[in-house]
Design a protein around this ligand. Structure first.
Ligand code: NAD
Length: 451
């Protein structure tokens, strides 16, 4: 493996040569990426199963399906996205025309997490390629089979001086952050996001930070409880709750709590059986540290459903907990596992304070039939993105920008927004030389002289 410094230097040379900028080159690379994903499909299922025990259904729904849609979309719209845009010019600039050129940043760094290790390494890469950049990908060390596969796929498909994978832990990541990249795209935790931003600030490298947080799920008195329970069960327990936009906890109206909880239990059993850890088809917790962190939360409230754990295989059954304190660890930390605390409210205004408690969530989900209340929640509470009467589905619509706000992140991507994230909008004013307006100069004679 070429030294990290050398590798970035080679990519800089490649970028400067201008090859990555043409439409023909970009489209060809996107097509190669699409073929790569198709070609490796069986191995992708295998490696994600080894790392996280992901089922074929989950891989297809949350990793492969998303990437196929994203790359097809980029292939379809690339030409349109790349066009320089002519904009209006004020009359004070008579004779001039104004344009916005779509300039790639150059050499980019993509750092990925472990929970959707393929999706979250390749989705930003689609944006980087479409926008005409080169890229270094640093996948997570916690999913070794998938990271190894990503390296193999990329190595087989692209030249190292164009796109390459560097594997390793936080030390390798920090070494990468010392390099003179032109853009850094980071997906991961809030504490590491702060480190990335601090490092990037030393060289004034622009960043996108796709972070996490506690995403609330609010179920109001007038919600359709059965469908709410079904959609929350799906959003919470897919990948055993190890999803950045998973509902972290439920805030349900006091009057419907009992009924909602009964629906929730039924939906869990319909989707996952009464004992999913025996099904062989239920995601496992990524490592012992996360397993121990999650099981330590089990004492912080009353378990009203689930609670079974298996440390050897790192499995935790879907679990519902009530009577948790807002100051307990489970309500302070991002849970990132299959434990669902249920808390209650009486007035919608209370929800505001509760959500503020965990500040700027990445996602928020509100279940209600009342449009006025839907608007109130949407307008008054700060969150990255979310759904009314659903969970997580906003992420799958590439017409919607995906990203956080405040502590849940900076920047956005998906669809056209991925292209824009990896593109600098360069303003260019083209002035005529066939005449000159004298009034702009302090000495108006100057203007006439240059004609
Ligand atoms: P993490 O922050 O621990 O690791 C992410 C990446 O950073 C890994 O590649 C890791 O090697 C690297 N890293 C770790 N420590 C580092 C350090 N000190 N310096 C430099 N690099 C370092 O995150 P994770 O545990 O892999 O992922 C879980 C987190 O990611 C959760 O908080 C989740 O909400 C968030 N997440 C966010 C999104 C999103 O799209 N917003 C998606 C998935 C996960």
């Amino acid at each position: 493996m070429t030294e990290i410094k050398e590798l970035v230097k080679n990519q800089k040379m490649m970028y400067r040569a201008g090859k990555t900028m043409t439409y023909t080159y970009r489209i060809h690379q996107l097509q190669k990426l699409k073929e790569m994903i198709n070609r490796y499909e069986p191995r992708i299922y295998e490696s994600l199963n080894k790392d996280l025990n992901k089922s074929t259904y989950e891989v297809l729904a949350t990793e492969l399906g998303f990437l196929q849609q994203e790359v097809n979309h980029a292939i379809k719209y690339l030409k349109e996205w790349m066009q320089p845009k002519k904009v209006k010019t004020p009359t004070s600039h008579k004779g001039a025309k104004s344009f916005i050129y779509k300039q790639p940043y150059g050499v980019t760094l993509i750092i990925g997490p472990w929970n959707y290790p393929l999706h979250l390494a390749i989705a930003p890469l689609i944006g980087a390629i479409a926008a005409g950049n080169t890229a270094v990908i640093k996948p997570s060390e916690l999913t070794p089979y998938t990271s190894e596969l990503i390296e193999e796929m990329i190595q087989e498909t692209f030249e190292e001086k164009y796109i390459t994978v560097v594997q390793g832990d936080k030390d390798v990541s920090q070494e990468l952050l010392e390099q003179p990249f032109d853009y850094i795209f980071f997906t991961g935790s809030v504490p590491v996001g702060k480190i990335v931003m601090e490092k990037a600030s030393q060289q004034l490298i622009p960043v996108t930070l796709e972070l996490g947080g506690k995403s609330p799920c609010i179920v109001d008195r007038d919600a359709k409880l059965e469908v709410a329970a079904r959609r929350i069960t799906w959003g919470k327990f897919v990948n055993a709750g190890q999803t950045c936009v998973a509902p972290d906890y439920v805030l349900v109206h006091e009057d419907v709590k009992q009924q909602f909880t009964e629906h929730l239990k039924r939906e869990i059993e319909k989707m996952y059986t009464a004992n999913p850890m025996e099904s062989g088809d239920y995601s496992k917790i990524v490592n012992d540290n996360h397993f121990d962190r999650l099981t330590s939360y089990l004492d912080e409230g009353d378990i009203i459903y689930g609670g079974q754990t298996d440390r050897t295989n790192r499995l935790i059954n879907p679990t519902i907990i009530e009577k948790v304190d807002w100051d307990s660890k489970i309500m302070q930390d991002e849970i990132f596992g299959p434990l669902l605390p249920i808390l209650t409210f009486n007035q919608l205004e209370e929800v505001y304070d509760h959500v503020e408690h965990s500040r700027n969530p990445l996602a928020l989900y509100y279940f209600s039939e009342n449009e006025k209340n839907q608007e109130w929640i949407t307008k008054n509470i700060s969150f990255g993105g979310g759904c009314i009467n659903d969970t997580m589905m906003h992420l799958g619509n590439n017409q919607l920008p995906f990203g956080g706000i405040g502590t849940s992140g900076i920047g956005q991507y998906h669809g056209k927004y991925s292209f824009e994230t990896f593109t600098h909008e360069k303003s260019v004013l083209k002035q005529t030389t066939s005449f000159d307006l004298a009034f702009r100069y302090p000495n108006s004679k100057m203007g006439r002289n240059i004609l």
